[in-house]
Write a protein that binds this ligand. Sequence first.
Ligand code: G6P
Ligand code: ZN
Length: 541
Amino acid sequence: MKELKIERVPTTPFDGQKPGTSGLRKKVKIFQSPGYTENFVQATLTGALGDKVKGSTLVVGGDGRYFLRDSIQIIARIAAANGVSKLFIGQGGILSTPAVSCIIRKYKTTGGIICTASHNPGGPTEDFGIKYNIENGGPAPENVTSAIYKVTQTINEYYYCSNLDVDLDNLGEQSFKVDGHDFSIYIIDSVQDYLELMKEIFDFEALKSVVRPGGLKILINCLNGVTGPYAKRIFEVELGAPPSSVVNCVPLNDFGGHHPDPNLTYAKDLVDAMAKGEHGFGAAFDGDGDRNMILGQEAFFVTPNDSLAVLANNLECIPYFKRTGVKGFARSMPTAGALDRVARAKHQKCFETPTGWKFFGNLMDAGWISLCGEESFGTGSDHIREKDGIWAALAWLSVIKYTNKSVRLILMDHWRQYGRNFFTRYDYENCETEPANTMMNKLQELVDDPSTVGKSFTSGSKTYTVKIADNFRYCDPVDGSISENQGIRIIFTDDSRIIYRLSGTGSSGATIRVYIEGYENDSTTFGKDSQVISGDNLKTV
Ligand code: G6P
Ligand code: ZN
């Protein structure tokens, strides 16, 4: 057994190591600066675990992006030197974000470290990220990330075992003695535990009958991200979909130069392929596998808002929910209210949280929600504490099997029953920070002005009257914690809304997001494009 020595390495703080919505995200070059990653990993262990770091167990893995392997070596050396007892690391460093959440819960580890910048581009000149997840398998809540940030501001040394070299590629255990204590690393199959969980949730026999050769043709595009090995194994090997049903399925450290974000812009390949009409179901996932986009034949686009509502409307077709019962729903504030309509019809509670998956964790732990989602292409359930792209695709295939309808027909029937929440989002990326803040301040003044409520705006035959103007504030119903300033909301009397918020996931500059939503129950509008419908709203205000 190899003996390792603990070294205490003096260091000084780096500015700006404040974890955002999903951990710390910066350019790779910044993470490569001497001491930068080391400082942040040490601060993560100290801030998140304090004394509990001794004897703790952690899951470590990431989405295959550039700097992943180096970062895992650093994490292992710092973990060993801090008295962590066990690390579970995905083979080759590969673990999707949902898989990390699954493994933390399955093996009851103290937490996990995910090396990803999610849907941001990868490669030597692009983004890297490090995120800590707690023992429920979910992203660290605000109090933990603030504790981490605090340590980064005063750190003056980190603990390190420089003669530890992890063999990331061979499955099995590697054991060490670190100044007398035992330290083990388990290299685990990246897919196995996650696959077992999916088999418990879904009826794989039923799904096989959907995607078998000669059945519904599916096209799954992994955008060269982490889901490749998961999707190959699940859709092709386990469910028997024909080879070539899963494409771009080798994780590349720069995602092939693309932006691994499953939306109509960045997953254009999938849109174009689906537009040919040969496939009846298409899905794409982001770099770390938690986001999803669902398409029907001829590239019929299912918005994440509608996807969530459709799943909520059909949960009984998934064995997991038959077993656990449906406990309630939640969506983030900017997410359209299609889910609320289903919740009302099904007499389920529906919570509205700030943007960020971490806000769902408390509600799930309290047993108050089964299903949740966000407009930002996140859909998931309480099977883990992260959103889950492959889960969403399997859930949709289950609905297709159950209803025996095409994706388009499922949506049309859904809108006929509930009406349609037209939704569109505009993103203004890479803005200068200061003017972006000024704009938000001006909007704050607008919503603070008492005369805003009650103002009416007319366009064509429609008049919109402001019902609520505020900056969204969330009081967590489980622990009473308050999150202020979660987005400017202008809500009209017919529940149409305009929301403004600054993105929390960019790595430089500011990104302004504008979300527009309007509800229609006139079925002649259902086939229309959201941008056309919302364009009218935009001109109005
Ligand atoms: C990540 C989080 C999501 C969140 C999204 C918001 O993907 O995991 O929960 O919705 O970021 O991103 P934004 O850029 O709008 O802050
Ligand atoms: Zn992601």
